[in-house]
Design a binder for this molecule. Sequence first.
Ligand code: HEM
Length: 538
Amino acid sequence: RGAETVTATGAATEAPDRARAQQGAHLTTSTGTRLRDTDHSLKAGSRGPTLLQDHHLREKITHFDHERIPERVVHARGAAAHGYFEGYGTASELTVAKFLQEGVRTPVFTRFSTVLGSRGSADTVRDTRGFATKFYTDEGTFDLVGNNMPVFFIQDGIKFPDVIHAGKPHPDREIPQAQSAHDTFWDFVSLHTEGQHHALWNMSDRGIPRSYRMMEGFGVHTFRLVDAEGGTTLVKFHWKPVLGVHSLDWEEAQFINGVDPDFHRRDLYDAIEAGAYPQWELGIQVFPDNEEQQFEGIDLLDPTKLVPEELAPVQAIGRLTLDANPKNFFAEVEQVAFHPGHLPPGIDVTNDPLLQARLFSYIDTQLSRLGGPNFNQIPINRPHAPVNDMLRDGFHQHADHEGVAPYKPNSLDGGCPFMAGTMEATFADVPVRVSESTKVRENPASFDDHFSQARLFWLSMSPVEKEHIIRAYTFELGKCYEDAIKQRQLQCLANIDPVLCQEVATGLGLPAPEPTEPLADVAPSPALSQLNGTWPAD
Ligand code: HEM
């Protein structure tokens, strides 16, 4: 028995057998015994007590009692679809990743989500949206786990529990359930001012998309591409919707929330059923991989910063099409498990401290959410590349592993496949130099600038977009109970732009403070406005 035959979780490009659970014309127990009656329990006489002996009754009720699994700790509310990705080949010189080569077609599964609401919350709330795509490439799974905003609230993943605690409903009242209008959120972002840029995106029209089909997506962090010679380039990933970016007005969103809380979920499902398949172009902004990891003075490792498209245009490298709805929401949408560390050969991570923490967090949470270490054997998570991983046993083990030597090299089960083969198409950690300086907890000085890009975003908005932003801040801050928090947030707005601050202060009936630091001298980026965005040509 050669070790190559030991496949734990599915074979190349083989679709999982999802129908297996419902075979045959007869109703059966879970072990296949045919049932005569599933409507009446076994009793001691027609009016007597129910008998413990009724195995079918106990199996049916017990299974029902355990139907629910924990919802995701964030991004609990979502909807997803299957589709395919086609590479243009335009990134071939930068990366060996095969799925990006010209004409290569790769199956995908994309899940969109809100961040803060629970699984049953409404769709059209003001929030960031998740945009996570699993590419089932022939070289192993690639997960691009992004959002519909290009920046994040915090610069270091160690603060992730804190920002989420601040954003989730208040521990005492459990309100608000899915919106940012509360004291703890504004308390957090006015004290951790690195969050101001992302908060401004939330207050803009981007916070309430018209449809998942009309959202941009961003990898947020800077990633590293690796070419055939081992040369490296830094990139930021962008998804650009072919339908353009569109949003709901706040009143529309409020109204739809009441009439149809499933609005985005329904929209995605119905569009696909009608054959109006949503499409996005995948693009990259490209930067030299130099020692500083900065571009035009922007720190590429700081996830609260974007690089304006005017400085680094987005180059299209492929196209995503979603053309099939899930057959079973639980099996697919609930059980899918993304991980930013699922990378194919040719793509690697950078030292962004937020990304580094994510690499730890996702697998950890999925261990409890999906009940143990074998969740990559669940059909929706199965790689389409052959798997030979030496991982064994554990809860919910589905593989029937052969052989006696799950270690490499060995002399019993066919030796060592990766040493016997070539190094082609293997994931290789890029040998980047790791800093030789002493261990520190402090951020680099370049992380200290918290307001210049929020100002850049504000200055890039059209008048109507600015008006929406002012209304959003006024509404959301107006819901805070504590005046001190409103005033501290107004101080942050003063440091972004005095007009924005004055308008919101007037709406709140509070005095507008003066800026506490000089206003950044930044050029607007017209591409950030939804009215000016750059979209795929067709
Ligand atoms: C889930 C994006 C930062 C922890 C998700 C999902 C997305 C996402 C799209 C939903 C995945 C799905 O649909 O199943 C992002 C982005 C981030 C970010 C773009 C920053 C740029 C973080 C950080 C942490 C974190 C810093 C922790 C240190 C989690 C966890 C889940 C999650 C625990 C739930 C995963 C699951 O239960 O399957 N994130 N996230 N995220 N994220 Fe993040």
